[in-house]
Design a protein around this ligand. Sequence first.
Ligand code: ADP
Length: 218
Amino acid sequence: MVRTIGLSKRQQAILDIVRTEGPITGEQIAERLNLSRAALRSDYTVLVMSGMVEARPRVGYYYTGKTVLNAISEKVRNLKVRDVQSVPVVVTENTSVYDTIVTMFLEDVGTLMVVQPGGILAGVVSRKDLLKVTMGNTDLHKMPVKVIMTRMPNVISTYADESVWLAAKRIIDHEIDGLPVVREKDCTDSKEEFKTYEVIGRLTKTNITRLFVELGES
Ligand code: ADP
């Protein structure tokens, strides 16, 4: 018998019965263990929630073949950016560097998104971008943020229906603190048709840390 981390002795015994004899009804499992079905109800719930066991009406419980780790990683991969994203905090391209710093303090965020009219993503500006410019002799009231931002098409973004896991991987790979959540918007000017990206949210390391804590608690 392979002991599965996180399961009680009784849950382990149920898992072993389901693995070797499933599909099997809750009543039959209870008989094998000389207990009432009601006494085992919470154990069944734990096993089904873990993803290791599934319950089918009129068939009973059967073993899915998943380990606890498989089930957790599947759950993590299925979570979408929309489930954890925050509201976007933006400034417009011509906002002064000074006002951008003030906004960063007032909104208590580490990265601001810079937008064109209509909420179209133009760039992002981080704490270090702002610190760097304050070290020179620049007039912070006169310089617009668009001069110092990381601009499109170099901004790494995500979509609301993308998996949080993939977005988090991108944050790690690019060594940044967060990503704008965008939605594509087709635009046309007098000459051509082109794609723009409307900012609808932001996904930061804080969102992912909070999710990690919630997963640990559940
Ligand atoms: P900090 O400056 O506080 O360390 P980051 O590590 O997020 O914050 O930013 C590092 C650099 O990467 C900055 O120049 C910033 O403009 C840029 N940056 C931040 N977020 C993004 C993003 N989503 N896409 C592209 N560049 C980004």
